[in-house]
Design a protein around this ligand. Structure first.
Ligand SMILES: Cc1cc2nc3c(=O)[nH]c(=O)nc-3n(C[C@H](O)[C@H](O)[C@H](O)COP(=O)(O)OP(=O)(O)OC[C@H]3O[C@@H](n4cnc5c(N)ncnc54)[C@H](O)[C@@H]3O)c2cc1C
Ligand SMILES: NC(=O)c1ccc[n+]([C@@H]2O[C@H](COP(=O)([O-])OP(=O)(O)OC[C@H]3O[C@@H](n4cnc5c(N)ncnc54)[C@H](O)[C@@H]3O)[C@@H](O)[C@H]2O)c1
Length: 527
């Protein structure tokens, strides 16, 4: 995330400190805007302590704060003493640090792969668990520090307290009431622990406990085969654990495109010390005592609810999704009802009194971004929504197109996608009367992948055959998370596949896997 160097500041009579380059850009934009609207906004802003108050300083709140300052808005953030939130402290950042270390261990232990490249490693490959854990913790602290510095450098006031809504335009914290013309809620989410599961965060833990890597259990059960479960299975098996997945749905990786999930099973599950149960709930999980008493997991059939198996393991990770952290926000003060805890918003991130389908109405000057609104629980979506909320506050109507936001799972190899799965596209095609086509590019036919000795994987492009529009792209293979960006940009820019097939891709790169898929989608063959 962006961490600017301290910059010279300009003083603005009504809005506090504004960085020089930002002030210039702002003047240009303001001249082109409706003057009467601007004068109205200035008049309003002067009545409040701030133009905007943001409650929660995860990546969503931080993204909103940075954009607010670049727009010259006087901004305060309530951080609850947790700058960086889930992503930086308990999510994306430490998990990717563990994945990076574990990935190296896996690679260096793979004598067969190394030999193919002409490399041999003498002796055992070892790692120091505490040092791997420290790498993750140190990285999280460093990124958190970067975020804190960026807020300071841009002149955002950080209130360390938790913020609670105290009425329209009012947030209470530290026993004081702060006022702002607009308020953005960004309180994020917490791990979901299903009923019957007891977490001691030592032998039975969520990702919060797992990321501390206090031990590497010999045998670990992971409940849920979504993003968190998969990424942790990658870490644990690389570090020597055996894993059993317990998945409620009737197939492993149910949230991924089925064809990609099948390839993933071949690449990420079968060759590793992993087995799984599907169609079962973990109905009762009882913590153990390391080295003395195992963790017990009772599983019931997802349909009949009959007990089917009791598993004894050294540790159990609960990776069954996340719930919004919205209980103590004071939403009732503004007459806001949540849906399963999620704050309902319209496409402009404006808070609704209840779901739109039940006649929810916009609450003036109140926005909610990130995991707490449940639109898309990803870090970059949270921060994009923060930017979007500020655009709307500035009077420039904006909506994030969530259909073109990419997602990635950082296993080895990675899985990434954007847009609709093939199944979803077909269902849409049937409903709306268009034909769906697909085309696949292969890593095994790619020079760069072969040079790396990593020829496994595919990129699948799903298109509307009638219009040539890209409906979705799904990739499993080396650096899939980077490769997906080209496709997300193409979808956002509405570039038809006929044009993508004519674009020139660097040789030799992994991008040529996409080139092959784009060309295939219009009936051509790649070189
Ligand atoms: C293990 C794991 C790995 C992940 N990996 C990825 C990944 O690789 N890529 C990706 O895109 N996403 C990933 N995610 C998801 C990502 O972390 C979230 O989507 C993202 O953090 C959401 O950002 P947010 O700002 O909405 O909420 P959060 O990051 O949860 O931040 C909300 C903040 O608000 C604070 N807060 C709550 N209430 C108040 C209050 N009343 N006053 C003040 N502060 C308050 C919270 O303490 C927190 O600091 C991962 C999540 C987990 C758990
Ligand atoms: N790389 C990334 O972008 C990344 C990484 C980690 C987390 N995240 C975000 O964090 C969120 C949470 O991740 P997650 O993996 O916990 O959730 P998820 O929704 O991705 O997967 C949860 C899985 O658990 C299963 N499940 C739920 N209850 C169950 C039960 N009682 N017994 C057995 N199985 C059960 C579900 O069927 C599902 O497959 C995700 O929404 C994701 O957006 C993203």
């Amino acid at each position: 995330f962006f961490c600017p160097k301290p910059m010279p500041h300009l003083m603005s009579a009504t809005r506090g400190f504004v960085p020089a380059h930002v002030a210039t850009a702002q003047r240009v934009r303001e001249v082109s805007r409706d003057v009467s609207h601007r004068q109205g906004a200035l008049f309003m802003a002067e009545q409040f302590d701030y133009d905007v108050i943001i409650v929660g300083c995860g990546v969503g709140g931080h993204g909103a704060a940075l954009h607010a300052r670049s727009e010259g808005l006087k901004t305060a953030v309530f951080s609850g003493r947790d700058v960086g939130g889930t992503c930086v402290n308990r999510g994306c950042v430490p998990s990717k640090a563990l994945l990076a270390a574990a990935g190296r261990v896996r690679e260096m232990k793979d004598a067969h792969h190394l030999k193919a490249l002409g490399i041999s490693v003498e002796g055992d490959i070892t790692y120091d668990r505490a040092s791997v854990a420290a790498h993750a913790a140190n990285l999280a602290n460093k990124v958190k520090g970067n975020l804190e510095n960026s807020l300071k450098a841009l002149g955002v006031d950080v209130v360390e307290a938790k913020g609670v809504l105290a009425g329209p335009h009012k947030v209470m914290g530290d026993g004081k009431v702060f006022t702002a013309k607009d308020i953005i809620l960004a309180p994020g989410s917490l791990p979901f622990v299903p009923p019957g599961v007891t977490c001691d965060e030592k032998t039975v833990f969520t990702s919060d406990g797992g990321l501390r890597l206090e031990r590497v259990p010999e045998y670990v059960a992971i409940i849920g085969s979504g993003y968190i479960g998969l990424e942790f299975s990658d870490v644990y098996t690389a570090l020597g654990s055996e894993v059993t997945f317990i998945e409620a749905m009737d197939r492993i990786m149910p949230t991924f495109d089925p064809e990609i999930a099948r390839v993933a099973e071949r690449l990420l599950i079968k060759p590793r010390a992993i087995d799984y149960r599907t169609g079962v709930f973990a109905s009762k999980v009882t913590p153990g005592i390391p080295g003395e008493k195992p963790v017990t997991i009772e599983m019931i059939d997802a349909k009949t609810k009959e007990l089917v198996e009791v598993l004894e393991v050294d540790a159990c990770m609960v990776a069954t999704g996340r719930v919004p952290n919205t209980k103590e926000l004071g939403l009732e003060e503004l007459g806001v009802e949540t849906f399963r805890g999620f704050v309902q918003v319209d496409e402009n991130m404006r808070v609704l009194t209840k779901p739109e389908t039940e006649g929810g109405e916009v609450v003036p000057n109140l926005y909610c971004i990130g995991d707490a609104n449940g639109k898309l629980m990803l870090a970059h979506a949270a921060s994009a929504q923060g930017v979007s909320a500020i655009e709307n506050i500035k009077g420039r109507k904006h909506a994030v197109d969530h259909n073109t936001v990419p997602a990635a799972c950082f296993t080895h190899p990675e899985v990434a996608f954007v847009g609709l799965s093939e199944e979803q596209a077909k269902a849409k095609g049937e409903k709306e009367g268009f034909k769906v086509g697909k085309s696949i590019g292969h890593f095994r036919a790619n020079s760069k992948a072969l040079a790396e000795g990593e020829p496994d994987g595919i990129a699948k492009v799903v298109v509307n055959k009638d219009t040539g529009d890209l409906l979705g792209v799904h990739i499993i293979g080396l650096h899939a998370a980077d490769l997906i960006q080209e496709c997300a940009n193409a979808m956002a820019a509405k570039t038809p596949v006929s044009e993508l097939a004519m674009m020139v891709h660097t040789h030799p790169t992994l991008c040529e896997v996409l080139d092959e898929a784009f060309k295939g989608a219009v009936g051509r063959t790649a070189h």
